[in-house]
Design a protein around this ligand. Structure first.
Ligand SMILES: [Zn+2]
Length: 86
């Protein structure tokens, strides 16, 4: 699983979202993978165990966040790409 680099997530249009583990905060945020790439390098491992410990909640400062990964088509509505089919 070491092949899960930040660049791979960008290439595959994977959405990584972070949720604060502090139950009274429960902040939820979609990560900016380009910023992650700038910070850690595009070849850095993007596994939760590798990047979650380096992040903290932007709202309450809690240093435990959970990450989830999902393909963008499952997160957002498909883009208006229908013109390409015409
Ligand atoms: Zn928080």
């Amino acid at each position: 699983m070491s092949g899960w680099t930040v660049q791979l997530l960008i290439d595959c249009d994977i959405v990584v979202s972070a949720r604060c583990n502090n139950v009274v905060c429960d902040n939820y945020q979609e990560l900016n993978l380009n910023r992650l790439s700038d910070k850690f390098g595009s070849e850095a491992s993007a596994l939760e165990k590798d990047i979650a410990p380096r992040m903290r909640c932007s709202k309450c400062g809690h240093d435990r966040v959970r990450l989830s990964y999902a393909p963008r088509p499952m997160v957002a509505a498909p883009h208006a790409d229908v013109s390409a089919l015409a």
